[in-house]
Design a protein around this ligand. Structure first.
Ligand code: HEM
Length: 452
């Protein structure tokens, strides 16, 4: 497959008509994969839809997605695309910056994600995860998702903010609520500050987060902590570039959001599949039992089976199913002209489920990523849960360390099962999450199989 990047003119993409204003919004929220499949089958890889009040061009399949990621003629901007969905709440976060400015900020932020820093965050994660899991009381129907959400928020407090003494339990709950409100604004049909709407709750949420971070900024500037907040306050490039106070606040709010929901849904999906596939749970547990309770980053990277399971879970349920862009000038993708100022939806979710790319795409089969199969190599953008191009996830290795740390500790403490015929009812009003809280039958690991 090849993208038609050299063409300078093309045809107008087909437009799927729907209800005024709402267009395809409801069919996306109900079942995004079904909506994407129908769009691809009926209208091809590049087509137009109406979605939450605007005309969007949708890119489906790996070739079309690749065109946006490679962005050869710099036609696709991330800030104005994401800005339409979540702009007021994640304003000037790294993902919402573009071109030169984005490059400059990303270069500074990279210093917070070096191997040394990541080793430090990973070491701090171990006792924090252990402490968090002490609170879990196993039972049948244990709702894993809210418990994981609370755990990852606690971890964010520790690793990102430098300690839970910064906030009381009540304040943490308030912050958690503020995040949820900000993220859930994305598909809100009413996009104005009207009391009682998701949009208005998100604006309040942003204010809560901003006030909290500004309150602690001076202390962090003065301290020498190795939490992400302190690091962002202090990092300076070789050319002497550093973040202003506003930059630190904006980046922190975005980073907390980028790290929080994505990791939570990934662990929740992994728990689901390991609960339904006991042979994989056992395979992963055996590897975890061979590691120390508090592994280093390199040791976590050696958890081969868990690595395969994580990749397969991200394929089946990508935490960011659609990426937003806006064209800053006219461009051509696969022979179709996309005009300037057009919102563009890069629908990576479909690529993960295409029969053309994967052997039995709906089957949970982590070995498809094993060296002797590597189905993902069929196309550079067949598997793209972390995006691609200059905006590719900066937290990819942090995410790996956090997700694997949590699952490693879970495997050494608990065993769990889920009915093999169960299907998680997902909500797609924002980033995906299980509407039923992802129930699992959770038990302490039976004696005799406990940790050496
Ligand atoms: C499994 C977990 C995660 C997934 C699936 C994920 C996915 C993504 C995706 C798809 C993008 C690209 C968005 C775009 O191009 O429009 C992205 C960007 C980003 N992610 Fe992640 N992410 C995860 C975890 C994290 C974590 C833990 C952090 C931070 C510690 C993080 C920080 C970022 C940042 C800073 C960007 C913006 C990069 C840029 O614009 O240059 N992510 N992520």
């Amino acid at each position: 497959m090849a993208i038609d990047a050299s063409t300078t003119f093309g045809t107008t993409p087909l437009h799927k008509r729907g209800l005024p204003y709402i267009g395809s919004t409801l069919s996306y929220v109900r079942d995004p994969l079904r909506m994407m499949r129908r769009q691809y089958d009926g209208y091809g890889p590049v087509s137009d839809i109406d979605f939450i009040g605007k005309r969007w061009t949708v890119l489906l399949g790996p070739d079309a997605c690749e065109a946006a990621f490679r962005n050869a003629d710099k036609a696709f901007a991330s800030g104005d695309g994401w800005g339409y969905l979540v702009g007021p709440f994640f304003d000037r976060g790294l993902m919402l910056l573009d071109f030169e400015e984005h490059h400059r900020h990303r270069r500074i932020m990279q210093a917070a994600f070096t191997r040394d820093r990541l080793e430090g965050y990973t070491a701090a994660l171990q006792p924090a995860v252990d402490r968090g899991l002490d609170q879990w009381v196993p039972r049948d129907g244990f709702e894993a998702y809210p418990a994981l959400k609370e755990l990852t928020l606690d971890l964010a407090m520790k690793i990102f903010m430098g300690g839970d003494d910064l906030a009381s339990r009540e304040e943490m709950d308030r912050l958690n609520r503020a995040f949820i409100d900000c993220v859930q604004s994305a598909t809100s049909l009413i996009r104005a500050d009207i009391p009682g709407t998701r949009w208005s709750r998100a604006l309040r949420g942003r204010a809560v987060l901003e006030e909290f971070l500004r309150r602690h900024l001076a202390t962090k500037r003065a301290s020498e902590g190795d939490d992400l907040f302190s690091v962002l306050c202090h990092i300076t490039t070789e050319d002497g570039e550093r973040f202003s106070d506003d930059d630190v606040v904006n980046h922190m709010i975005f980073l907390l959001m980028a790290a929080h929901d994505t990791s939570t849904i990934t662990v929740s999906t992994i728990m689901r599949f390991l609960g339904q596939h006991p042979e994989w749970q056992e395979r992963c547990r055996e590897e975890s039992m061979d590691l120390p309770a508090d592994p280093t980053m390199s040791q976590l990277e050696g958890l081969t089976s868990l690595d395969l399971v994580m990749k397969e879970s991200l394929r089946l349920v990508p935490p960011v199913p659609v990426l937003a862009r806006k064209t800053v000038k006219e461009t051509v993708v696969m022979g179709h002209t996309i005009p300037a100022d057009r919102l563009v939806a890069v629908m990576v979710h479909l690529s993960h489920h295409m029969d053309e790319l994967w052997d039995g795409p709906e089957r949970f089969d982590p070995d498809r990523f094993a060296e002797d199969r590597r189905e993902d190599k069929v196309h550079r953008y067949a598997w793209e849960p972390f995006g691609g191009g200059v905006h590719k996830c900066l937290g990819i290795f942090f995410a790996g360390a956090e997700v694997k740390t949590i699952v490693h500790h879970l495997l050494r403490r608990f065993e769990w099962s889920i009915d093999p015929n169960y299907t998680t009812p997902m909500s797609y009003t924002s980033l995906p999450f299980p509407k039923d809280g992802q129930p699992v039958n959770l038990r302490r690991l039976s004696s005799g199989r406990t940790i050496a």
